[in-house]
Design a protein around this ligand. Structure first.
Ligand code: NAI
Length: 428
């Protein structure tokens, strides 16, 4: 059951899945264990993740553990139709996903996943969990728990938790060290730069790149662009909006990392490429567009497509046209042309130019997801409703498996070192 764009793409999707499978040794190991112990036997799992090849391997792993899995994409542009086709054809997973959905189609797919009456949900950005708490409340009693993949989803969950609105436990997978320190920083960095280059085919060396947000994603992107020879400007804010330190300290970190740091009012005049990665809204608005250089390229790596105000960009333009895949040209009233990539949605994941994070990165992130789902199944309904940190042992076990899979083995501390560290901790 399910709905995908074109089942005849399955053969292509098979090759994509095979390549991902070959490069995800940690999930392969987990799958082997799951096949023996079947820890998710009989459980129904509903998934909203970017539906591409690495996600396909996670879904296979959950199915190998005995779960009945239904999946949609967590974004209208990010499904790899080839992968959706092969998953649908294999018949093990119900897939409701295709690239280029309208808002109605997107929610139809999420609702279709919920129609399977999942007991565990995996979300990326909190749209599925939000839908459960608003229009599909009838399903709440059978939910054991959930997992959330990204920073923006965690921020939304915390808001629900504070209001007492969150009705089941959710693991903050994003906040596992084996996730955000690697995926947000190194994964977003490589895939964002890759998508910009793939979409525009333009030289990065010598360009001035403006990165809004020096969080885990922003700092990765800044460092990779610097490595390619861009002159990088970082824009931060005087305020605390995320779960981490304030924009002031983030701005200082950027400065000490060797970047120019300023506010957007000043940065707009200099940038050739603008990348937003804040998780906030209205980072680039009308007053900025009019000051930008002719030919400036704008894109977003934050979760939602509200970081660049596309409506204002459109209303400031005398013409708008799709120049090529993922690239829209906006001709402003003064004749200046600006280019928006991937409709201002996640540039690194929007197909066809966005290929998503490197496979090895998702091996780690999805290993955390798979083990957290298992933990929820083990706990049944014992965990209280709310946002939960990923258990440290689980987090460390994924890092250890990732290192070992690359032939790196670290020595544990000696008993004396453990004792020394503990005495020291007690004294502080
Ligand atoms: P973070 O919370 O570590 O960093 C966000 C930074 O943006 C903070 O330093 C904050 O001070 C800054 N910021 C907030 N408002 C701002 C404004 N108006 N101007 C300038 N800076 C501002 O978050 P993280 O983990 O870096 O994630 C950022 C976004 O990227 C989130 O929406 C997250 O869900 C998304 N994300 C995207 C991925 C992708 O594949 N593209 C992967 C992981 C996360």
């Amino acid at each position: 059951m399910g709905k995908v764009k074109d089942i005849s793409l399955a053969a292509e999707g098979q090759k994509e899945l095979e390549w991902a499978r070959l490069n995800m040794p940690v999930l392969a190991k987990i799958r082997k264990d799951f096949e023996k112990s079947r820890p998710l036997s009989g459980l129904r799992i509903g998934v909203a993740l970017h539906l591409e090849k690495k996600t396909g391997i996670l879904l296979e792993t959950l199915a190998a553990a005995g779960a009945k899995v239904s999946a949609a994409s967590c974004n209208p542009l990010t499904t790899d139709d080839r992968v959706a086709a092969v998953l649908a054809k294999n018949g093990i997973i119900d897939v409701f996903a295709w690239a280029g959905q309208t808002n109605e189609e997107y929610y139809w797919c999420l609702n279709s996943v919920l129609d399977s009456k999942p007991q565990i949900v995996i979300d990326d950005g909190c749209d599925l969990i939000n839908l459960l708490h608003t229009k599909r409340k009838d399903l709440l009693p059978s939910i054991i728990g959930g997992c959330e993949e990204t920073t923006t989803g965690i921020v939304r969950l915390w808001a629900m938790h504070r209001e007492g609105a969150l009705k089941f436990p959710v693991f903050a997978v994003n906040n596992a060290h084996s996730k955000f320190l690697l995926d947000n920083q190194f994964g977003t960095a490589q895939s964002t730069v890759d998508a910009i280059a793939r979409c525009t085919n333009k030289l990065i060396a010598g360009k001035t790149a403006v990165i809004a947000g020096y969080g885990w994603c922003g700092r990765g992107i800044a460092s990779r662009l610097k490595g390619l020879g861009a002159n990088v400007i970082v824009v931060e804010i005087d305020g605390t909006l995320g779960p981490h330190e304030s924009g002031l300290q983030r701005g200082l970190q950027a400065l000490y990392d060797g970047f120019r740091v300023m506010d957007m009012e000043h940065a707009v005049k200099e940038g050739d490429i603008f990348i937003t990665a804040t998780g906030n809204k209205d980072i680039l608005v009308q007053s900025h567009f009019s000051k930008m250089k002719d030919g400036a390229i704008l894109c977003n790596a934050g979760h939602f497509n509200n970081e660049i105000n596309e409506l204002q960009l459109r209303s400031a333009s005398k013409s708008v046209r799709e120049l090529k895949d993922n690239l829209m040209q906006y001709e402003l009233k003064d004749g200046k042309k600006l280019y928006l990539l991937s409709e201002g949605r996640l540039v690194n994941l929007s197909r066809p130019s966005g290929q998503g994070h490197p496979i090895e990165i998702m091996d780690g992130s999805f290993a955390v997801q798979a083990l957290c789902v298992c933990e929820l199944a083990k706990q049944k309904k014992k965990l209280p409703a709310g946002v939960h940190n990923v258990p440290k042992e689980l987090d460390d076990s994924v890092a250890r498996m990732l290192l070992n899979s690359q032939g790196v083995y670290l020595q544990p501390p000696t008993p004396e070192q453990v004792k020394y560290a503990e005495e020291w901790k007690e004294g502080t």
